[in-house]
Design a protein around this ligand. Structure first.
Ligand code: NIG
Ligand code: FE
Length: 395
């Protein structure tokens, strides 16, 4: 999902409903246009407007009245790993609680895997996401936890996306179980040296059993000094300092946001830090969902993402996350679709994706449906029909 290809121009016409995410272009907050067309040229959106006034192009695609939306921007995923944790999931569904310590199971499998095995698993997941409409994907390290294994994960991730995140601070590596301070020194020292050249972002799992507020501050600050921008796994399993820290350090996003107090909500609402909600994690850990309604009503920017990982959320499906967010988290279908597209773009500080307006990257999804509302109204149904990324059909 890096460098999109360029193609001849394409006229996509017969669009029954076009979600532009640009209120000035259409009706409502999603800027919806009916009976619309889009022209794509050189990988970008060249023209948007009524179908009956559309210019010509080299090729033509008739959407036959279907809805077209911006490609999904999945701003939180952990895709460089080996093995799976089926047994842990089954045990949870039989009543066991989720524990962050399960991460170490995947660390052992990942360290034992070859580069080719990790790359094949990564490619399979990226393809799976693309077939479900994801056109931008963030990818974290965090299952290596040695200098070489973390750098390897970031190199592999760089082959599939520009949105690469250094998460050496996922949990304390097993070798450092008795010396967490020594592990923080590693993460902020030699591991950062090896990883910073391959990453755009630095992330920390700020949680009891992983890293406390002081450790997280040290790691994120060290990353910032190396030019990485913070994002934080914050307030997932219980209330903690993660959200306040994210806002204080100017993080692009605070992710999970499941256990928030009024001060956390206020801090997010008055900052540029996006609250990224990951309903797949609550689904797969059988936990209470975050309260999107409360965040939106307070004025926070909310993104939706999959958190795809083998432990707490083994899904690449943004439509699944939208459906849960609408049913369980108080979001309207309009809000959920916005959060899964423009919201994700905001969480990655991108202005070139997440909307369908002239000049931006041509990332579009045609659904086998007349309206974007069907993403929540018809849960579990494979509605994604055509996906263009950078103007090239990828699914
Ligand atoms: O975002 N919270 C920390 N990391 C992942 C879980 C990783 C795992 O269980 O393997 C998450 O949910
Ligand atoms: Fe995560």
């Amino acid at each position: 999902m890096s460098a999109p290809g360029s193609t001849g121009s394409i006229l996509i016409t017969g669009i029954g409903s076009l979600v532009t995410n640009e209120p000035a272009l259409g009706t409502g907050p999603l800027g919806i246009l009916h009976d619309a067309a889009v022209v794509v040229a050189d990988g970008r959106i060249a023209w948007v407007g009524p179908a009956d006034t559309a210019p010509d192009a080299d090729t033509r695609h008739d959407a036959q009245g279907r809805v077209v939306i911006p490609g999904f921007v999945d701003s939180h995923a952990h895709l460089v790993f080996a093995g799976d944790r089926t047994a842990e999931f089954a045990a949870r569904m039989a009543g066991q609680a989720y524990a962050a310590g399960g991460i170490r199971t995947t660390v052992a499998a990942t360290r034992a895997a070859s580069d080719a095995e990790l790359a094949a698993n990564l490619d399979r997941l990226v393809d799976e996401a693309a077939r479900q409409g994801t056109t931008v994907l963030e990818c974290k390290s965090g299952y290596g936890l040695t200098v070489d294994d973390e750098a390897r994960a970031l190199r592999l991730a760089s082959a599939v996306t520009d949105e690469v995140t250094y998460l050496g601070a996922h949990v304390v590596a097993p070798e450092y179980a008795d010396d967490p301070a020594g592990y923080v020194d590693l993460v902020t020292g030699p591991m950062l040296d090896a990883c910073a050249p391959h990453a755009r972002w630095v992330d920390v799992f700020c949680e009891r059993g992983a890293f406390d507020g002081d450790q997280a501050r040290a790691i994120l600050t060290a990353g910032k000094k190396r030019g990485l921008v913070p994002r934080v796994h914050a307030n997932q399993l219980r209330h903690g300092p993660g959200v306040q820290l994210a806002v204080e350090l100017g993080a692009a996003s605070a992710d999970h946001c499941t256990h928030l107090d009024a001060a956390d909500v206020a801090a997010l609402a008055s900052s540029d830090t996006v609250a990224t909600l990951l309903p797949g994690a609550e689904f797969s850990t059988r936990a209470a969902y975050p309260d999107a309604r409360r965040l939106i009503d307070a004025g926070a920017t909310v993104a939706l993402s999959t958190d795809c990982n083998p432990g707490s959320s083994f899904t690449t499906s943004m439509p699944f996350c939208i459906a849960i967010a609408v049913r369980e988290m108080g979001m309207t279908p309009d809000e959920a679709v916005w959060s899964a597209t423009a919201g994700g773009a905001a969480a990655l500080r991108r202005t070139d994706v997440g909307r369908i307006v002239p000049g931006v990257r041509a990332d579009l999804v045609e659904l086998d449906a007349p309206s974007h509302v069907h993403l929540a109204y018809r849960p579990g149904v494979p509605l994604v029909r055509t996906v263009w990324r950078g103007g090239a059909a990828v699914a």
